[in-house]
Design a protein around this ligand. Structure first.
Ligand code: G3H
Ligand code: 13P
Ligand code: ZN
Ligand code: NA
Length: 307
């Protein structure tokens, strides 16, 4: 059934595991994720960004997710990823999403609070849950690379005030992750001391980790081997995600790894079989690659199998 994230986060919090939140943009991606979740009998969050809704047309995404729910009988949440205004959140709530993110992380604190509060009021009246963000992720959300962690990472005391004043259901925090395939120049590093503080100050409150792809080197190499050019791509080591799930982190966002898996599989077929032009012949391996990486995450990294 279509569910909110309430129950899955409660289970995740108590069981020290995390629910995977995977970005969906087309049918093969939805099917790959759902095949994995079915194999692992795991709850899953399918999330659509503004870009996804523009690319696929929101109604197609919605219907694909409906098909996934009907076919799998798993608990599935349909979530808006990085909603940037009250209006887009309202539209998704009215369209039947069970969860929305309002991302006011770029706003001054008081403006972020006011915007989130407005979305929460509208959403809660309609049984929809809300994710917000406090602190800035490097990269996509932050054009300049700010090195001072305290200026950008989530302030624990502020997080408490933010949650209390907004009534938000979950909170995305900044502890060193970033969007995309180039997360760290040198060694990977996350601020676990900060995560521990936030967890202790907000007991039983679900935290969200964005920018949490691991950028598996096997896929980077496969991409590059078959005509790609993504040297130096680097993600969050799986061990760090396992560690994060032991704290308040209940939702781990993954998009880049799906793109990498799909693209490297498609590149391989197109390179090895240049005469092939039936899209099914390269999209099916792409879909299988998505299933494989999602299943690995659910089972071996997030610990959500059978939850
Ligand atoms: O947070 C970013 C997600 O990977 C979605 O990316 O806006 O290109 O769809 P997108
Ligand atoms: P990645 O780019 O690390 O996959 O992060 C995705 C994300 O945070 C979507 O909101
Ligand atoms: Zn994100
Ligand atoms: Na956790």
């Amino acid at each position: 059934p279509l569910v909110t994230t309430k129950e899955m986060f409660k289970l995740a919090y108590e069981g020290n595991f995390a629910v995977g939140a995977f970005n969906v943009n087309n049918m093969e991606i939805v099917q790959g994720i759902i095949a994995a979740a079915k194999e692992e009998n795991a709850p899953v969050i399918l999330q659509a960004s503004a870009g996804a809704r523009k690319y696929a047309n929101s109604i197609y995404l919605k219907k694909l997710v409906e098909a996934a729910i009907e076919e799998s009988e798993l608990p599935i949440a349909l979530h808006l990823d990085h909603g940037d205004s009250f209006e887009v959140c309202k539209q998704c709530i009215d369209d039947g999403f069970s969860s929305v993110m309002i991302d006011g992380s770029h706003l001054p604190f008081e403006e972020n609070v006011a915007l989130v509060k407005k979305v929460v009021d509208y959403a809660h009246e309609r049984g929809v849950v809300v994710e917000a963000e406090l602190g800035k992720l490097a990269g996509v959300e932050d054009a300049v690379n700010v090195s001072a962690e305290d200026a950008t990472y989530t302030d624990p005391a502020q997080a408490v005030e933010f949650v209390e004043r907004t009534g938000v259901d979950s909170l995305a925090i900044a502890i060193g992750t970033s969007h995309g395939a180039y997360k760290f120049k040198g060694d990977a590093k996350l601020d676990f001391a900060r995560l521990e503080k936030i967890t202790n100050l907000l007991p039983n409150f679900p935290l969200v980790l964005h920018g949490a792809s691991s950028v598996p080197q096997e896929y980077v190499e496969m991409c590059n081997e078959f005509g790609g050019n993504i040297p130096g791509a680097k993600g969050v080591p799986e061990e760090m995600l396992r560690e994060a799930a032991k704290y308040g982190v209940c939702k781990i966002n993954v998009d880049t790894d799906l793109r990498l898996a799909l693209t490297s599989a498609v590149r391989k077929v197109l390179t090895e079989k240049p005469a092939e032009f039936d899209p099914r012949k390269y999209l099916a391996p792409g879909r299988e690659a998505i299933q494989k990486i999602v299943q690995h995450k659910i089972k071996d990294v997030f610990g959500a199998s059978g939850a």
